[in-house]
Design a protein around this ligand. Sequence first.
Ligand code: ADP
Ligand code: ZN
Ligand code: MG
Length: 481
Amino acid sequence: MNEKYEAVIGLEVHAQLLTESKAFCSCSTKFGNVPNSNVCPVCLGHPGVLPVLNKKVVEFITLMGLATNCTINERSVFARKNYFYPDLPKGYQISQYELPVCEHGFVTVTSKDRDKKKVGITRIHMEEDAGKSIHDQAFETLVDVNRCGVPLIEIVSEPDIRSAEEAVQYLTKLRQIVQYLEICDGNMEEGSLRCDANISVRKKGQKEFGTKTEIKNMNSFRNLEKAINFEIERQIEIIEDGGKIIQQTLLWNPDKNEAVPMRSKEEAHDYRYFPEPDLLPVIITESWKKEIAAKLPELPEVRRERFVRDFNLPVYDAEILTLNKGIADYYEDIVKVTKDFKSASNWVMGDVLKIINEEKIDIKDFPIKAENLGELINLINEGTISGKIAKDIFPIMLKEQKSPLEIVKEKNLVQISSSSEIENVIVKILEDHSSEVNTYFEGKEKVFGFFVGQVMKATNGKANPKIVNDILKAKLEKLRN
Ligand code: ADP
Ligand code: ZN
Ligand code: MG
């Protein structure tokens, strides 16, 4: 990026709420049902029907507001956001405009060099989703209105973000919070977490903001980062060439890695907001707010600090382990079984996360029970198996839902810790490799590793490495004299 410029970014994030039923009717929110089956006269906007607010939606947005340091307004009101689009049979979305539930919050993001920074949250309001137009058909566009009326919250940030990296951190933080609160699954690919980025650039030191553009349609963190960087570069180039930025909405094309202006017709959403006459103002009393606050779970930052304190983990480990609530829960279940907190962390951060990421599965579907992984760690620490054997047992545990001890017994993998047994093997190996022994005495210390390898080979990897080392050293010293 050109050193003379600074980027200014604000994000508008939509999170689909995990309620069973829609925001204003009792239709199911279930994803993947037969198109146009989750519908009723209310969410289709038939004349004469009345919306009834789902109480869960208010609870969820209040949780989010509390978790992001917002003021929870005692009174908020709904508004109709009117526009025409084929996937919006009602002709308007119920939203909040002038009086949202939450205002004036912030979240703290930590950059790669561990600097902490607050990103302000202007507001969080309730909204219902529109339907879905499916354009990729040969000759026609299909409309599925199952999503009409599914509850969303929109989280609008202050223009406090200064780089694509920071935007990614901010969104990661929001996703982490909604997942901890269990109010949204946070899945960007499936669209349950959506993000529009407002971007402008200005000369460093300049106070006023530049003209902004808005990019839509980034369905992954990777695309968010790429799109923002693309747009920053594009704007700087225009300004450097003496041009002016036009305020417009761009659509990110992930295949071409570029953002293109939306057709002006699509962009001309000259929203008309009207007060929603069919819904009463929402009143969140102090006592209801307290009741909801009592349901707040331990939030990611607090949990991370507790992991460092209680399990004596490096901050880095604690951060990775608490990134996802399910992973953190899994880790805590392991350390109920083993007291080797750091080994448990290594197994989760290494072997477990590797598979979760490769197979793209949720930790809930990870085949190894936390309890069994704890037991595996204990088997190593008690000397029953070597660390190397443990790495061989792990893939078996993935396939067969057996305890590690069962597998060890079944496959006869118990570590050989009998000194006499190991000594016999070593004596034989040193006899069979007299020329290597001489090489060793000539100063080629590397040959030591070769002997260890031979012992492991002879014992199918079961010899206790510490005992092998000790005896091998002693035997060689004896031979030298
Ligand atoms: P609009 O009237 O276009 O909706 P808002 O003022 O409501 O704009 O802001 C929408 C989003 O854009 C917010 O997240 C805000 O932080 C961000 N934003 C506002 N002005 C700028 C700017 N000049 N550059 C970058 N982002 C901005
Ligand atoms: Zn309905
Ligand atoms: Mg606005």
